[in-house]
Design a protein around this ligand. Structure first.
Ligand SMILES: NC(=O)c1ccc[n+]([C@@H]2O[C@H](COP(=O)([O-])OP(=O)(O)OC[C@H]3O[C@@H](n4cnc5c(N)ncnc54)[C@H](OP(=O)(O)O)[C@@H]3O)[C@@H](O)[C@H]2O)c1
Length: 342
């Protein structure tokens, strides 16, 4: 049986997997996926698939919980590599509705015939308990371009959709090289970047060191870092700044910030809660990535209203590929590709 491979655990990738497999149930992991998961993150195979609570705080430094909505406390020089304490349930950041009026409904791609096609999603394995997409799932790196070429052959992949996160810098290039080597059709499915609007005080940056310099130039004192946990280290040296760090999952080890508070929260975030957050913490600058999408856009509106500068990281370069921004168009592309192959 031939297969379709969807790369990445994005909303768009999940929606496409669901449509193509005609199923909303969590998929099963392939044997290779289980093996790779075991190598990359042993917790993946032993824990049930459950989402963490929407929001909670991680004591920082360990043993010193801060009060929700209060200005952060001055921190002692932190002790790197301390295990974190159990989380405190928190009040302010509840999951909420998207802030923008929804886009017009796009037609959902038709499901593929399960007797003829497998729909396989591939996750990198960075999240310890990922929600599994519909269809089959494999987890963990392929082993570079060569490993991906082998995988594409072994699994009889007929087409690949790169739906990785806009800031996943490598996987798209590997997919392009591997698909070119095998002459496989490859589509980039990516949500559009946010665009600045009148009143925005955006400072586009291409790396985090530039963001640190800009924060200093602006004289920022209380900064919301709405970044992935892998992106925090460059900000550690800004000891005059108090950071409110919003992440999805706990940080282990805690980066060595001297003046920071951690808020564990998973979007979507609505406008009211973003306004409340910025006000309660007296935020005077935001650092984030131009991820796009509705789920985390409310902070930009709240910042505009308050004339707060937003240091926004631009997306990394991508290979020149056919691309689309919505699942419906991806379905159309796939239908054409499969028809042409018959
Ligand atoms: N929320 C965010 O802001 C954010 C930002 C970046 C990334 N992410 C997500 O985090 C994951 C990894 O990010 P990254 O920055 O490490 O990506 P990356 O730089 O594009 O990829 C690094 C390596 O991770 C493996 N990998 C990445 N995506 C994979 C996938 N879908 N399936 C299998 N292997 C994959 C590949 O390893 P091999 O070379 O061994 O195949 C790849 O070479 C991705 O799922 C991405 O969507 C989220």
């Amino acid at each position: 049986m031939n297969s379709i491979l969807i790369l990445g655990g994005t909303t768009e990738g999940y929606a496409l997997a669901e449509a193509l497999s005609g199923s909303t149930t969590p998929g099963r992991s392939t044997a290779l996926g289980r093996l790779n998961a075991d190598i990359s993150d042993r917790r993946l195979v032993s824990k049930p698939n459950r989402a963490p609570p929407a929001a909670h705080r991680q004591a920082w430094p360990p043993g010193q919980p801060s009060q929700p909505g209060q200005p952060g406390q001055s921190m002692q020089p932190s002790q790197p590599m301390q295990p974190s304490q159990p989380m405190q349930p928190s009040q302010p950041m509840q999951p909420s509705q998207p802030i923008q009026p929804s886009q017009p409904m796009q037609p959902t791609p038709r499901a593929l015939d399960p007797a003829r096609w497998r729909v396989i999603s591939s996750l990198a394995g960075r999240t310890s308990c990922p929600r599994l997409p519909a269809g089959e799932t494999r987890i963990g790196g392929f082993g570079g371009v060569a490993g991906l070429v082998d995988y594409l052959r072994e699994q009889r992949i007929a087409a690949v959709i790169d739906a990785t996160h806009p800031f996943a810098a490598t996987m798209g290039w590997h997919a392009a090289e591997a698909c070119q080597a095998l002459r496989l059709p490859l589509l980039r499915l990516e949500r559009p970047a946010w665009q600045p609007e009148p009143g925005d005080r955006w400072h586009p940056v291409t790396d985090w060191n530039s963001a640190c310099e800009t924060l200093q130039e602006l004289g920022a004192r209380r900064v919301l870092l709405a970044l992935g946990r892998q992106d925090l280290q460059p900000f550690v040296d800004l000891t005059a700044v108090h950071f409110l760090i919003r992440c999805v999952s706990p940080l282990e080890p805690l980066p060595a910030f001297v003046n920071a508070e951690l808020l564990l929260a998973r979007g979507p975030f609505d406008l009211a809660s973003e306004r409340a957050l910025l006000d309660a913490h007296r935020i005077d600058a935001i650092v984030c990535k131009n991820s796009g999408g509705e789920a985390t856009a409310a902070k930009l509106i709240a910042a505009r209203e308050r004339e707060i500068p937003v240091l926004i990281r631009q997306r990394p370069p991508r290979p020149a590929l056919p691309s689309c921004a919505d699942v419906s168009s991806a379905g159309d592309w796939l239908a054409q590709v499969l028809e042409a192959e018959q």
